[in-house]
Ligand binder design. Sequence first.
Ligand SMILES: Cc1cc2nc3c(=O)[nH]c(=O)nc-3n(C[C@H](O)[C@H](O)[C@H](O)COP(=O)(O)O)c2cc1C
Length: 323
Amino acid sequence: MTSTPPLNDAVRAALEAAVRVPSPHNTQPWRFETGRDGVEVFLDRQRVLDVVDPDGREARLACGAAIFNLRLTLAVTGWASEVSLLPDRCLPDHLATVRLTWRHQPGARERELARAIGHRRSNRRPFTERPVPRSARESLIEAARVEGAELALLEHPGDLDAVAALVRRAERVQSEDPDFQAELRAWTVNGGPRDDGVPLLAGGPRPAPGSLLTPRQYDAHAPERPYEGEVLVGVLGSGTDTPLAHLRSGLALQRVLLTGTTLGLSASFLAQPVELPDTRAALRGLLGGRTHPQTVLRFGYGFSAPATRRRPVDAVTRPRESL
Ligand SMILES: Cc1cc2nc3c(=O)[nH]c(=O)nc-3n(C[C@H](O)[C@H](O)[C@H](O)COP(=O)(O)O)c2cc1C
């Protein structure tokens, strides 16, 4: 395979899509190297959050999501690819090799998911009270399953209340932790030229008293508003809790989010209870101990939410040095 212009175009389109995925505090913890026949994906250790993500688990979720977008975009530009996760046991930050294999005729579903990439965003605003129908719930669950993860939707009020209580507990612990707050402030952006971090405008309102959910607060002065009473929350989990499982969960995360986007659903994260060891263990217990929680998502029908910025592809990509 030669590095012809069409191949370069496909790789560039795939990288543009890869960087659109969600990442904790919009840290964008990835690096890419391009070679003659594909892309190498690396964890950027300097962008792993020390306080909230000391093991890099959430950063690997984000990179797994980026790998999903890479694979999907290559497919819709006419290339099948072979993805090998953690290809080198001696290099744990070398997360994936994505190798273009043969020409591929994209299907309608691939095109639909790929079209959703630019429309997906974290929508932290209150959603409407319109319930998410059963068929959409099943599609979200199936999206996680296809990638080898599990999405447990909390359909029983008792489960939802218990998880909401864990979110509240974790949110309180984090909001009282000066190190957590300092890190959050460092990644919250109020205008200016930065192309990473979470813009204040993308934060949600503070929940009015009586709201079940306690989203992460990026702006202590945000107005107070009630969140939806018709709440749909899901816990994305994996059978093991290894770096490989984190990457696979990231692929599943992105398939779930894009599937939701194609169904007109908005989503946001409530990751707080997964970020602290004791609330994470309690969450695992609530799910019957069968799955390791990787993140918590909220789904619903929302109004528009702003897009956040990304570092340009050229700032995170370099050609692979030939050996
Ligand atoms: C693993 C993970 C955990 C996250 N946790 C939270 C969270 O607890 N609260 C929140 O509001 N956003 C959370 N986010 C969303 C990011 O802040 C968001 O993806 C980033 O700011 C980029 O914005 P976008 O998703 O709209 O593109 C999380 C994202 C990831 C990948």
